[in-house]
Design a protein around this ligand. Structure first.
Ligand code: PDD
Length: 284
């Protein structure tokens, strides 16, 4: 596997960073995950805009212009075998003696990128859907930043795995759903698609945007507003979205069936629209 680290492409086995890197010490950095279909990065500008938002949010100057990122990403894709890849971009505040405050004077950020094969969700999951659990959303109040300090997300996802489930739906104080531990969540009730509003409590998903755009283009009734846990428990359908999982139906929540307990009409329509859209965009 060829990776990129601080200006150089190299084999992953040769990539080394300092133990004093602030990413290692403090989780002081941000990241992006970008799907690549047939060697083309999907929605690259949106991912780079979100990266800029994350960098601004933690006050790391962007080490590259958009054109530079695009050129580096094209090289990374070309250097790796799979046709469909997922790219991981990771930027930390750099290497400095351990002190919580920012290094003064500032040090160059650490820039790391790798590519892995994009594994598509297995067909049987699309037919059966996935099971999820709920848990209190105990993360910080800047979940709009794609920060590498993911300890709450790690523990929340592990809770799902230990319950034999695919994801944990996060419930904030006040009883509303924000997102999943590593995905966005949609609800369907009486033919309308509901999405939580983009605010500081959730990551503005790129797949989330695509789903809402498809709903708008294809006349699917949809509404962006807070969704309560009580509504989720009585939903007709629940969907989860992310760059690596695309759109998946949630057919069980906390051990009880969601709606009819099987993938239903809204999922089928959005899944098919998503696949068509992907192909059209990538061909263009
Ligand atoms: N995670 N919310 C959270 C907390 C996430 O970590 C992710 C994605 C999403 C979905 O965003 P997008 O559609 O842009 O992938 C929502 C990635 C895949 C990860 O951390 O690996």
């Amino acid at each position: 596997m060829t990776i990129y680290l601080n200006g150089q492409f190299m084999l992953i086995a040769d990539a080394k960073i300092s133990v004093l890197d602030r990413g290692f010490m403090f989780g002081d950095g941000v990241y992006e995950v970008i799907p690549v279909y047939s060697r083309k990065a999907f929605r690259l500008s949106s991912h780079l805009q979100r990266l800029q938002h994350s960098l601004d949010g933690i006050r790391i100057p962007n080490p590259h212009s958009e054109a530079e990122w695009m050129a580096l990403i094209a090289q990374l894709i070309a250097a790796n075998q799979p046709e469909d890849q997922y790219l991981y971009l990771h930027i930390t505040r750099g290497v400095a003696l351990r002190d919580h405050a920012f290094p003064n004077p500032p040090v160059p950020p650490t820039v790391f990128m790798m590519s892995n094969a994009l594994i598509h969700p297995p067909a049987h999951l699309l037919e059966t859907g996935v099971a999820c659990v709920t848990a209190e959303d105990n993360r910080w109040l800047r979940c709009d930043l794609k920060a590498i300090s993911l300890l709450p997300n790690v523990l929340l996802r592990q809770a799902a795995v230990e319950a034999g489930c695919a994801e944990t739906l996060l419930v904030r104080e006040g009883g509303f759903i924000t997102e999943g531990a590593a995905s966005n969540i949609f609800m369907v009730k009486n033919g309308t698609l509901y999405a939580p509003p983009k605010d500081n409590l959730m990551l503005p998903g790129i797949t989330y945007d695509v789903i809402l755009e498809l709903a708008a283009t294809h006349g699917i009734p949809h509404e962006v507003r807070r969704i309560t846990l009580d509504e989720v428990r009585h939903a007709d359908e629940l969907l989860m979205t992310s760059s690596t999982r695309e759109v998946l139906p949630i057919t069980q929540l906390d051990g009880k069936p969601v709606g009819c307990g099987k993938p239903a009409a809204m999922f089928t329509q959005l899944y098919s629209l998503y696949q068509t859209f992907k192909q059209e965009v990538m061909r263009a």
